[in-house]
Design a protein around this ligand. Structure first.
Ligand code: SF4
Length: 286
């Protein structure tokens, strides 16, 4: 049996909610009984740095779904990233956990490959809450939880089996061969508005189209990204474990000086995985 389809039934079904297009569509389909069994609850992990549109949509979604949506958080990701720590021998460092673009003193452009923000601020808080609410025992080896994940057919490459012995993943949109566009069509046909992209305001995975949208439609979120970039550059400059300058945009130009329209007009597509990097974990809406 292809593990992408029809996993064995378990005691608990829960939904990992990213609150973007796909997972919101999945939540509403579950709520309407179009995906069964209905999850007992959904969990959203809040990095505390999402744009206002996401929080507004989340409260709307909460009112629309017949099962509860719980919000969990590991704290503010931006505060965590900016926090300066000191080693026992007095060297200053800050943990780099966001996938920044980097530019060295010699002008060499690079990228932080091993980020931990998704694991620490999205995946772990959700798993912790699910374990608690589904009474998963310490060291449990049998699968008692099925985690519904809103990955669509056009993003099947994001599907990964659960790393937890007590959980298995299920991808209902893949089972239904629903693409992101199908999700948007389903939302429209059922009278729901288009959800915003769910991601941190400063996420370096943003496409130019999303940066442009933030700049024009959510200026306070864009201003927060500009401020964060300046602060993280200062923090990294003062640390002993980082010898490049971090940037939010792949051009390594300060984010408030980038002309996003030029690339967008050249044909950069606002589709996951095309024209820009993306969150391969499938947990962030970028
Ligand atoms: S949205 Fe971006 S910055 Fe935020 S947790 Fe996901 S990958 Fe990290």
């Amino acid at each position: 049996m292809n593990p992408l389809f029809a996993p064995a039934p378990t005691d608990h079904n829960i939904l990992s909610l990213g609150a973007g297009v796909q997972s919101s569509c999945l939540a509403l389909m579950c709520s309407k009984g179009e995906v069964t069994p209905m999850p007992k609850f959904a969990v959203f992990a809040d990095t505390q740095d999402e744009p206002r549109s996401v929080y507004e949509w989340l409260s709307e979604l909460r009112a629309l779904c017949v099962f509860p949506i719980y919000t969990v958080t590991a704290g503010s990701l931006s505060h965590h990233a900016l926090k300066m720590r000191t080693t026992s021998d007095g060297r200053k460092y800050s943990r780099t956990n966001i996938p920044f673009f980097t530019k060295s003193a010699k002008g060499k452009v690079g990228k932080i490959v091993f980020r931990s923000c998704t694991a620490d601020f999205k995946i772990r808080p959700i798993l912790k809450e699910v374990k608690r609410r589904c009474d998963v025992k310490r060291g449990q080896k049998h699968v008692s939880v099925t985690q519904y994940i809103g990955i669509s057919w056009d993003e099947w490459h994001r599907c990964k089996p659960s790393r937890e012995a007590w959980a298995q993943s299920r991808w209902p949109l893949i089972e239904l061969k629903m693409t992101r566009q199908h999700c948007l069509d389903w939302m429209k046909a059922n009278g729901f508005e288009k959800p915003p992209r769910s991601s941190c305001v400063y996420c370096p995975f943003h496409s130019d189209a999303e940066w442009q949208r933030l700049k024009t439609q959510e200026p306070e979120a864009f201003a927060a990204a500009v401020k964060f970039e300046k602060r993280i550059q200062k923090a990294k400059k003062n640390s002993d474990n980082f010898d490049s300058t971090p940037f939010l945009h792949r051009s390594c130009v300060p984010i408030d000086q980038v002309d996003f329209r030029s690339d967008f007009e050249k044909g950069q597509m606002d589709i996951f995985g095309q024209g820009h990097a993306y969150c391969e974990e499938g947990m962030c809406g970028v």
